[in-house]
Design a protein around this ligand. Structure first.
Ligand SMILES: NC(=O)c1ccc[n+]([C@@H]2O[C@H](COP(=O)([O-])OP(=O)(O)OC[C@H]3O[C@@H](n4cnc5c(N)ncnc54)[C@H](OP(=O)(O)O)[C@@H]3O)[C@@H](O)[C@H]2O)c1
Length: 386
């Protein structure tokens, strides 16, 4: 809402109150002055926000809330029992003034570059050089892209990566033997098995076969258990994707403590550990999944919404509240008419939801790059802990 409209609207409210309650002239004047002050503050907030000077505008928002409170108190003092509908309208107005500005992108690409520079620095100081072994089974195009991308990040960071590719027909026994050999290889300091694996292979058996001291993805029950029981500081490694999510939130100074966080998805690699991370940082967490009744009612309660369902545009604008902080983990590939992958999009309808969000991750360029950067940190930590 334009500031001019805001002031006009507030003036209308005062007239309405006056008409209804016939308040004294000086009280009316004081209320008008406060409204004028609110208008000025709103103007300032909008101006700062347009210039993306967020820390400052946050202070102004608090001031706005204070003046608004004074307004309500003064009205109460003069026994102006503000009608529920009037209060509701002022509330909506307040939200609009605060949130009708462009949302901020949680830029994962930028953060990943920053982390990569730190990783590179760290690697240059290490006596034992980190070596990440990546095991890729089958021809899933998405998995191949992920492994290639991880390899490219390793190269940028000065980490040696080795990819071991096998056909989808490989037996579980043979794959277990390969993992065993990588465990024994003194040069390999970290191992990552790209998931999903073909159906005839028991994923859990493979994960448990990885030496926990080389488990780059924090999938081994020993590492995952330590992380769940005592947090990431106790475990050498932490699950890379949710670790990336909290790093991204922390980079943008998003306060987690005391917030209502909703996580859509409960997988071992994203949903569950993401919920754990948020809980460890003091959020009240709700985890949703396929059996959740009325998903929209849950997601609308979220101050922080993490979505990892793998369902294109599952989250629409009507499913979030204004000012929500959205982390979209989903990676969905859409095909063009020739059946080729043309675009990648997330689980959140970005175009619509970003209009209501205060912060949101793009897809691509959000959680993905930070996840890889955190995988590299895990590789370094495993190498150093030997
Ligand atoms: N950017 C990255 O770095 C990164 C890393 C990992 C994964 N991803 C992406 O994140 C997405 C999720 O990955 P994942 O490995 O966690 O997938 P997953 O193992 O398939 O788990 C998906 C979760 O979403 C829930 N779900 C599915 N449809 C739902 C719906 N309509 N309503 C509510 N919940 C629903 C499922 O519920 P049930 O448990 O009830 O089935 C499940 O818990 C995928 O798109 C994946 O490609 C991205």
């Amino acid at each position: 809402m334009e500031t001019k409209n805001f002031q006009k609207y507030c003036a209308e409210i005062v007239t309405k109150i006056d008409r209804k309650y016939k308040i004294e002239r000086d009280a009316q004047l004081a209320l008008s002055q406060l409204i004028e002050e609110l208008g000025e503050l709103a103007k300032e907030i909008n101006r700062k926000k347009l210039r993306r000077e967020n820390p400052d505008s946050k202070k102004l928002e608090d001031e706005f809330a204070d003046v608004f409170l004074q307004f309500a108190k003064l009205a109460e003092m003069h026994e102006v029992d503000l009608e529920k509908s009037v209060l509701q309208k002022i509330g909506e107005l307040k939200k609009e003034v605060i949130w009708n500005n462009p949302m901020k992108l949680l830029d994962g690409k930028k953060l990943a570059e920053k982390i990569l520079r730190n990783v590179r620095d760290e690697v240059s100081k290490m006596k034992k050089k980190p070596v990440l072994a990546m095991v890729l089974v089958g021809n899933d195009p998405a998995s191949s892209i992920y492994v290639r991308r991880k390899g490219a990040f390793c190269e940028k960071a000065g980490i040696d990566s080795r990819t071991f590719k096998f056909p989808a027909s490989i037996s579980e026994k043979k794959l277990l033997r390969i993992i065993g050999n990588l465990n024994k290889d003194k040069n390999v300091t970290a191992i990552m098995v790209q998931l999903p694996l073909p159906e005839h292979i028991d994923k859990n058996k493979i994960i448990e076969a990885i030496d926990p001291r080389k488990d780059a993805d924090c999938l081994h029950p020993l590492n995952f258990g330590r992380f769940v029981q005592s947090g990431e500081k106790y475990s050498v490694v932490a699950p890379a994707t949710p670790l990336g999510i909290v790093k991204l939130l922390e980079e943008y100074k998003v306060k987690i403590e005391g917030k209502n966080a909703v996580v859509v998805g409960r997988s071992n690699i994203v949903g569950k550990p993401a919920a754990q991370f948020l809980m460890n940082r003091g959020a009240t967490v709700t985890v949703c999944h396929r059996h959740t009744k009325n998903l929209a009612a849950r997601t609308r309660e979220a101050d922080i919404l993490v979505v990892a369902a793998g369902k294109k545009h599952l989250i629409k604008a009507g499913m979030v509240k204004r000012g929500v902080i959205v982390v979209d983990v989903g990676v969905n590939r859409t095909k063009n008419r020739r059946g080729l992958t043309s675009t990648v999009c997330g689980d959140v309808d970005f175009a619509a939801v970003s209009k209501k969000a205060s912060y949101i991750t793009p897809v691509p360029g959000g959680v993905g790059p930070v996840t890889i950067a955190m995988l590299l940190w895990n590789t370094i930590d495993l190498t150093n802990s030997k």
